[in-house]
Write a protein of this length. Structure first.
Length: 115
């Protein structure tokens, strides 16, 4: 379980973006809250321009807060676009995310209990 304090998300966002720029995948991430047994997870994700997250399922309810850059969520009735400062609700079911500029996101997911 990761519950260590993060004193400055902006500093961590810049560090992760630097790591993403040097990674062959063009992305870097760090879980800042939650673990395997926790329902709530928060992950900082940095993506270089043109990179994104491939289509995947949604394990619960979630949001994406754009800290730097901009992102577009695909999968709902209409794409959701947000620039720095935006909070986007993750669509239910399959969805993906794209970027056109270097971007850092705070992904928050509350996992739904297994049925």
């Amino acid at each position: 379980m990761n519950h260590e304090p993060v004193n400055d998300l902006t500093v961590l966002a810049r560090e992760l973006l630097a790591a993403a720029r040097s990674a062959s995948s063009g992305r870097a991430s760090r879980t800042i809250f939650g673990g395997a047994a926790d329902a709530l997870h928060q992950t900082l994700v940095a993506l270089v321009a043109g990179r994104g997250l491939a289509e995947h399922g949604n394990p619960g309810q979630g949001t994406v807060q754009v800290l730097l850059g901009s992102a577009t969520l695909h999968g709902g009735p209409e794409p959701l676009h947000g620039a720095a400062g935006a909070l986007l609700a993750i669509p239910e079911g399959q969805h993906s995310l794209s970027t056109t500029e270097d971007t850092v996101l705070l992904l928050t997911v509350a996992r739904l209990p297994a049925e």
